[in-house]
Design a protein around this ligand. Structure first.
Ligand code: IMP
Ligand code: MG
Length: 181
């Protein structure tokens, strides 16, 4: 869905338009469809940042699948990670023996994803793969494999399409550099 004449994002430099995100999401969906053709797929979105990407991605996957969510937080009210992970909400679906695809908004230092991989592997998942809309690969401190990457964006604090600063800006249709205001 793309609405015309929205102006709320005008102050912030556009990095990914809604149209570009849509096209790339279709490509990712096709690759995931191919790879999970013979497997039972459980897609787990990482709240809150991934909720919009998750909604679009699952509709680009042409397979029967289950969905659930996990919520963790590492960011306080700032643009820098606090460095520790808090588990806020667990999926209700049984993880054991399932092929899990984790859907993230951004992998930055890799701390959150490293924690999530260990969490789901420890619960007996048959496999755990990762799809992230954005990979800030240059900032990686904790090595993690991202199986499906939407876009590699080296720097800057990003907002929109689910990405927030203090819970604001999630509703911008595209991804933008936060301009400081
Ligand atoms: P990591 O643990 O350092 O990899 O941080 C990952 C989490 O930080 C992601 O799930 C995002 O929610 C958040 N994050 C990292 N960079 C940004 C950004 O530029 N904008 C908004 N959230 C971000
Ligand atoms: Mg996140």
């Amino acid at each position: 869905m793309t609405c015309k004449n929205l102006t709320n994002a005008d102050k912030h430099e556009t990095i990914l338009s809604a149209e570009l995100i849509g096209d790339r999401t279709c490509e990712l969906g096709r690759a995931i469809t191919q790879d999970y053709r013979d497997k039972d797929l459980l897609v787990i979105g990482v709240l809150k940042g991934a909720f919009i990407f998750m909604a679009d991605l699952i509709r680009a996957i042409d397979l029967p699948l289950l969905t659930d969510f996990i919520q963790v937080s590492s960011y306080g009210k700032s643009t820098e990670s606090s460095g520790t992970i808090n588990l806020i909400h667990e999926p209700s679906v049984d993880i054991s023996g399932r092929h899990i695809l984790l859907v993230e908004d951004i992998v930055d230092s890799g701390l959150t994803m490293k924690w999530l991989m260990k969490h789901f592997t420890g619960k007996g998942a048959a496999s755990v793969k990762v799809c992230s809309l954005i990979d800030k690969s240059e900032r990686r401190e904790h090595p993690v494999t991202i199986d499906y990457v939407g876009f590699d964006i080296p720097q800057g604090f990003l907002i929109g399409y689910g990405l927030d600063l203090d819970e604001t800006f999630r509703n911008l249709p595209g991804v933008h550099h936060y301009n400081g205001e």
